[in-house]
Design a protein around this ligand. Structure first.
Ligand SMILES: Nc1nc2c(c(=O)[nH]1)N[C@@H](CN(C=O)c1ccc(C(=O)N[C@@H](CCC(=O)O)C(=O)O)cc1)CN2
Ligand code: GAR
Length: 252
């Protein structure tokens, strides 16, 4: 069954005209927090996993795919540039936590997550992919995108929307932020022999969802962190497309 896939406010029309969508937003999913070894999110080196998905559109890796919306939680995010520079350009949107809380002093972080969920559900996606999104999503977000909780003024999703995340470590190894650097340091101490990356389902507990694709990545003795990181990112760019396709194909 051929799907016509578009992203973020995507639409997949199968021959049965079942309207499904996959939702991919580098900043919703790829937002990076600034920490020393990482690029500032405005740096042209960031959003590379989004770029992998952009490049995979309408190829055998991701057939009939088209990204239609990119949501950012940072104005300067280079993912926005990647999206608007794509051919055809991909529409973008923006919602950041702190400005939201400043504008809505009576609201909470969970309310912010609910608004993020509103944007996502309004796109009617079949999947939400987190790929560098550095904000821990509350259960409220998950409940809304799965249709278990209704949000005022929001048409609930027809089917639960799976949320998947790209994590630059092996299952249960280095949960949380800065996993690449922590794994590299652990290797230097002789605590691990290799590291890896995975795509897993997103649940309330960070990085503890069911793995979908797991790939080991070697760390070479004496190599600088940057060399390991480059090798790992290359693998990430493969698995993020593969895992998204698996979810959309219903093969996982
Ligand atoms: N409910 C879930 N939310 C998120 C998950 C998840 O598995 N469940 N994965 C993360 C992505 N991630 C690791 O893969 C990750 C991102 C960010 C953090 C973190 O500590 N964030 C802090 C600090 C953020 C900041 O400094 O701005 C926070 O959100 O308060 C840990 C793990 C995406 N969300
Ligand atoms: N815990 C989540 C996490 O650390 N995610 C990491 O953010 C980077 C995004 O890169 P990109 O902006 O080049 O796509 C990726 O390395 C991804 O594994």
């Amino acid at each position: 069954m051929n799907y016509y896939l578009s992203w973020t406010s995507p639409s997949i029309q199968s021959p049965q005209h079942v309207r499904k969508t996959a939702c991919c937003s580098p900043d919703l999913w790829l937002r990076q927090v600034l920490y020393p070894p990482q690029w500032p999110q405005s740096h042209p080196q960031s959003g590379t996993n989004l770029q992998a998905l952009i490049d995979a559109q309408n190829t055998p890796a991701l057939p009939n795919a088209e990204i239609v919306l990119v949501l950012s939680n940072r104005k300067a995010a280079y993912g926005l540039t990647r999206a608007s520079s794509a051919n055809p350009p991909i529409p973008t949107a923006y919602l950041a936590l702190q400005p939201y809380l400043k504008k809505n002093p009576d609201k909470t972080r969970e309310d912010y997550d609910a608004e993020v969920a509103r944007i996502v559900v309004n796109a009617k996606p079949s999947v939400v992919v987190l790929a560098g999104w550095m904000h821990i999503l509350s259960e409220k977000f998950i409940e809304i995108v799965e249709g278990r909780v209704n949000l005022e003024g929001l048409e609930a999703p027809a089917v639960p929307i799976p949320v998947i995340n790209l994590h630059p470590a092996l299952p249960g190894a280095f949960d949380g932020a800065n996993a690449i650097e922590r794994a590299y340091d652990a290797f230097q101490k002789g605590d691990i022999e290799h590291s890896g990356c995975m795509i897993h389902r997103v649940v309330k507990d960070v990085d503890r969802g069911e793995p979908i694709i797991v790939r080991e990545v070697a760390i070479e003795k004496g190599e600088p962190l940057e060399a390991f990181e480059e090798r790992l990112h290359k693998v990430e760019h493969e698995i993020i497309v593969q895992a998204t396709k698996k979810i959309l194909d219903g093969s996982t």
